[in-house]
Design a protein around this ligand. Structure first.
Ligand code: FES
Length: 79
């Protein structure tokens, strides 16, 4: 199984409006932490992040989170 590219060993706090976003799981997107389609041809797929109301979220940049929506779960602390 391919390993994702580590963008940073910390999360990024992002203010998001209600809506649906695609979190980049491969680490190759130029629009981090979101998918820009760069994963095409790889085994990676973006993960859907649904935001119900405007809020700040911490999104994973190390790409090792177990979160189904790309939220930071602290995995960067054990890399
Ligand atoms: Fe990384 Fe789409 S660009 S998952």
């Amino acid at each position: 199984m391919a390993k994702p590219k580590i963008v940073d060993t910390n999360f990024e706090a992002v203010d998001l409006k209600a809506g649906t976003y695609l979190w980049c799981a491969c680490g190759e997107s130029k629009k981090q932490p979101f998918c820009d389609g760069s994963h095409k041809g790889s085994e990676f797929q973006p993960r859907k992040l649904e935001i119900k109301s405007d809020t700040r979220v911490k999104l994973c940049l190390c790409k090792h989170t177990k979160s189904a929506s790309g939220l930071c779960d602290g995995s960067h602390n054990s890399l």
